[in-house]
Design a protein around this ligand. Structure first.
Ligand SMILES: Cc1cc2nc3c(=O)[nH]c(=O)nc-3n(C[C@H](O)[C@H](O)[C@H](O)COP(=O)(O)OP(=O)(O)OC[C@H]3O[C@@H](n4cnc5c(N)ncnc54)[C@H](O)[C@@H]3O)c2cc1C
Length: 418
């Protein structure tokens, strides 16, 4: 059995799965150099993966691009706080992968990647092996709770809603069923996915308490000294708009979570809750560790800052899983996906490209109608060999910024799925 698993059409692929399922150990790997065309395999159909896949096909329509994603459809975490607070429907955040196949020619495989064999240039799925010439990993995050076992049950009962999908749906259900009492939201130390997201979520939940006239008080317990981004804008919103319904506690480290008694013990005292959103520390998705791309003690994959290539040639790690000068955001994953698509296309054509300037934008709601924002430009400094940031924060909460936030998200979704 020496079936080549990438670059098969759907009918062949299905018969391939059936043929191979009983014989996975006997599979031979196709040698990339014997093939006519380069094959790119992308793991993870989130912000980074979808962008890379679509832009690669745009640059080079003849390329074989395979995207492997375990979820049946895409759900956006950006704007998901709107959904939790009742300002947006879930369906507005969800997109089908079909358009990537039908309109752009990306082969989308709905399967879980079980392992990556870098020495054999192959990815293992439950259906068999898929070989590659270029590999792009954008598998997002996992919760970093191995040495903090008290998070384990909390994650099940109090969904963090920092991974797209069922966690958000369950948290939304708990919010809808909440009839009053104490709400607890906690923030971990960085780096975690989307620095602004917990602060935005706290503001929108506090706003919901007021809008729905709930008999409730929110305790917002932060492991950090202040909001990690737009500190001035968040602090003034918390004080001006929510001081009667919320208390913000800073520099408080979680020591234990008792899910039976519904209490979180911290360095700044115990907090009882009726509804909790306990956001755990984070690290790169476990698949990159299992692939051997993390050194001992590392939580994120080291990459070349100019190319996002890992220490293994032609293996790129983008999005939240990478240790990068960029914040862990959908915008950054999208920019990195575009860059890596450009680099792979150029390499196939015998050229090299790199990016020395990138711009980021981050919006956050502070009430149902108003938002604040930060713009950061990152420029490469050849002397220090580092990207130097220049920030511009707009901490004046405005309805016009909230409108631009929504337009920004819709523009990004159009770029991914249009
Ligand atoms: C509440 C919230 C609000 C946010 N707001 C913003 C915002 O306003 N602006 C912004 O820019 N960013 C925002 N973000 C951050 C943004 O969602 C992430 O930074 C972005 O999704 C990272 O992209 P990624 O490709 O690295 O990971 P993801 O988008 O999470 O994609 C990873 C994909 O890999 C798949 N996967 C993982 N393991 C496997 C496997 N073994 N096999 C197959 N598939 C696998 C997952 O199912 C997932 O679909 C927010 C995040 C949250 C949680």
């Amino acid at each position: 059995m020496s079936r080549q698993w990438s670059c098969v059409d759907r009918r062949e692929f299905v018969s391939g799965i059936l043929a191979v399922s009983a014989a996975i150990p006997l599979l031979a790997y196709a040698t990339p150099s014997r093939r006519q065309k380069a094959h790119v395999v992308i793991v993870g159909g989130g912000y980074g993966g979808v962008t890379t896949a679509k832009h690669l096909k745009r640059y080079n329509p003849n390329l074989d691009v395979v995207l492997i994603e375990e979820r049946p459809f895409f759900m956006s975490c950006p704007m998901s706080n709107h959904f939790l607070a009742g300002l947006m429907e879930l369906t507005q955040l969800c997109f089908s992968y079909n358009v990537l196949e039908t309109k752009h020619g990306v082969k989308v495989i709905n399967d879980k990647v079980l392992g990556i064999e870098l020495d054999k240039k192959a990815v293992r799925t439950s259906s068999g092996y898929i070989s590659y010439d270029y590999l792009v990993l954008s598998p997002g995050i996992d919760y970093d709770i191995e040495d903090k076992p008290y998070y384990k049950e909390s994650i099940v009962r109090n969904p963090p809603a920092f991974k797209p999908g069922s966690e958000h749906i369950y948290l939304k259900r708990l919010i809808e069923e909440f009839e009053g009492g104490d709400i607890l939201i906690t923030v971990p130390q960085p780096p975690y996915r989307c620095p602004a997201a917990p602060y935005e979520r706290a503001a929108l939940i506090a706003s919901m308490i007021k809008r729905n006239k709930l008999k409730a008080h929110m305790y917002f317990v932060d492991a950090n000294e202040r909001p990690l981004i737009n500190s001035e804008g968040f602090m003034s919103a918390y004080y001006d708009l929510y001081r009667d319904v919320a208390t913000y506690i800073t520099s408080a480290q979680i020591r234990d979570i008792d899910v039976q008694k519904r209490v979180v013990r911290t360095s700044h005292g115990d907090f009882k809750y009726d509804l909790a959103n306990i956001i755990p520390p984070m690290r790169a998705n476990r698949i990159v560790k299992e692939a051997g791309l993390l050194k001992k003690g590392q939580r994120w994959v080291e990459v070349n800052p100019l190319t996002f290539e890992s220490q293994v040639k032609n293996v790129f790690v983008i999005g939240d899983a990478a240790q990068s000068y960029l914040p862990k955001s959908g915008y950054a994953a999208h920019s990195e996906g575009k860059l890596v698509a450009k680099i792979i296309d150029a390499r196939i054509k015998g050229k090299e490209v790199k990016e020395e300037y990138l711009q980021m934008i981050c919006y956050a709601m502070v009430s149902d109608k108003e938002a604040i924002m930060t713009e950061t430009a990152f420029r490469y400094d050849a002397v220090s060999k580092r990207f130097m940031p220049t920030h511009r924060e707009d901490n004046q909460r405005k309805e016009s910024t909230a409108k631009r936030y929504e337009e920004w998200a819709r523009g990004l979704w159009r770029d991914l799925f249009g």
